[in-house]
Design a protein around this ligand. Structure first.
Ligand code: SF4
Ligand code: SF4
Length: 434
């Protein structure tokens, strides 16, 4: 009874705080401008199946992709065992599904748990590899300045948590296999855990039972801790990669969206019919803060895995510029979180805090480093576009603040007056071509 009560209490705490955080994330994303994706449902589902479920873009780096796949498949399969753990937790039973299947189809249950054990072992190997390349091999893209402090700890916490989870599974199954063996009881014995059961040799049967239960609680607490921690971590991509891929930009790569405000101005200059706009409303160009970005940009920020593939492919970063597309996404998420917390403390009302994404988080120097080459978008395994945010901030910088280097101003003047970046009048364009 105590164990059922503790289980229910833990589960209630985890559900309460997780839902609270997910609701906050959802309302934070709603702070952006409405985003519409003209793709049909079938095309969106295909995108999601290939990018998020099939991890298609991950395989541009096959070794990392295979290790990542181990963890991913193990995560998905372990959820099946979670169903049994939850029923056991609520009822105080042990392997309730396993016992139900013992007489009719024990092979099915054994195969399932054996699969989970094999995948868990592969996930353990992958986790050790990932921890080593981050902390021992110091892979450059995983040790850049923007990862110092919390982001690095976050990555390590989850990886260590995964080891904790796998350890719980093997402790639970291994001790149980050993106990069944020494007491000659009918029960399950699983492929990997039965091989490690010898480590319990010499222990009193009651101690072995205790260790098996300890493994069960260890696994359960690991899972509940993971659920609670997930929305605070970059590992939220496990969930958000799906809507993110579903809503991916359907436009051709390299397409940069025009500004409706500019189109409106050009049309009215050329005497073309335009939609009536509020004469008192000043058009706003580009984005200064998260409210000016689209909801998809904000979803991107939460979905970013901080893998740094974008940054390692960025020519600006490679040539020593301050720009890192990964940092653009991390800054957007950090600012969004900051705004969300301020609003939460103020009855969901927004009061200016004197800060903005542009300048306080992302500097002019970073924005000017971008060549709009699109390599970051091409590289991203879950179709995030740091470039879209960069372009919007840069538009604001130039069109709202007139903040551009002197050399660019001459070019802007020429485009405005001559329709070309050069100093020649339009009437002389033919001469120039000759
Ligand atoms: S588009 Fe900009 S941020 Fe992205 S890779 Fe190219 S230079 Fe870097
Ligand atoms: S934007 Fe994409 S490639 Fe860049 S760090 Fe985030 S997930 Fe990785």
């Amino acid at each position: 009874m105590i164990s059922i009560l503790v289980f229910c209490l833990l589960l209630a705490v985890v559900i309460f705080f997780s839902i609270k955080k997910y609701k906050r994330i959802y309302s934070n994303i709603q702070l952006g401008k409405t985003y519409s994706n003209p793709n049909g449902t079938l095309a969106k589902l295909k995108n999601m199946a290939l990018i998020a479920l099939g991890q298609k873009k991950m395989f541009s780096r096959p070794i990392a992709a295979i290790f990542h796949l181990f963890i991913y498949i193990a995560f998905v399969f372990t959820q099946l065992e979670l169903i049994e753990i939850l029923i056991d937790g609520f009822t105080g039973s042990h392997r309730i599904l396993g016992h139900a299947m013992l007489s009719c189809c024990s092979w099915l249950y054994t195969s399932l748990i054996n699969t989970i054990e094999i995948l868990s072992l592969l996930a353990l190997i992958a986790t050790v590899v990932f921890l080593s390349r981050r902390n021992l091999l110091k892979l450059p893209r995983l040790n850049m300045a923007e990862l110092k402090g919390w982001p690095m700890k976050d990555a390590n916490i989850i990886l260590i948590g995964e080891i904790f989870l796998v350890f719980g599974i093997f402790l639970m199954n291994g001790a149980e296999s050993f106990y069944m063996n020494i007491t000659s009881q009918e029960g399950y014995s699983f492929f990997i855990s039965s091989k490690i059961a010898f480590i319990f040799n010499g222990l009193h049967p009651e101690t072995v039972v205790f260790l098996s239960k300890f493994g069960w609680w260890m696994h359960l607490i690991g899972i509940l801790g993971f659920i609670l921690y997930l929305p605070h971590s970059k590992h939220l991509h496990i969930l958000l990669a799906f809507p993110n891929a579903y809503l991916s930009n359907p436009n051709a790569k390299g397409h940069i969206a025009y500004m409706p405000e500019i189109l409106h101005e050009i049309k009215s200059m050329m005497g073309e019919p335009v939609e009536a706009s509020d004469p008192n409303a000043m058009p706003k160009f580009g984005a200064k803060d998260i409210f000016d970005l689209s909801q998809k940009n904000l979803l991107d920020a939460y979905a970013c895995t901080e893998c740094g593939r974008c940054t390692s492919a960025c020519p600006a970063n490679q040539t020593g510029k301050k720009l890192s597309p990964r940092k653009i996404m991390m800054d957007t998420r950090d600012r969004l979180e900051e705004v969300g917390k301020l609003m939460e403390a103020n009855n969901n009302e927004w009061k200016e805090d004197g800060k903005s994404l542009l300048h306080n988080y992302i500097s002019v120097e970073e924005l000017r480093g971008c060549t709009t080459c699109n390599a970051c978008v091409e590289e991203c395994p879950i179709n995030i576009s740091p470039l879209d945010i960069i372009v919007q901030l840069r538009r604001n910088l130039i069109m709202e603040e007139s903040n551009s280097p002197q050399e660019w101003n001459g070019m802007f003047g020429n485009i405005e007056n001559n329709g070309a970046p050069w100093k020649f009048a339009q009437s002389e364009r033919g001469n120039w071509a000759k």
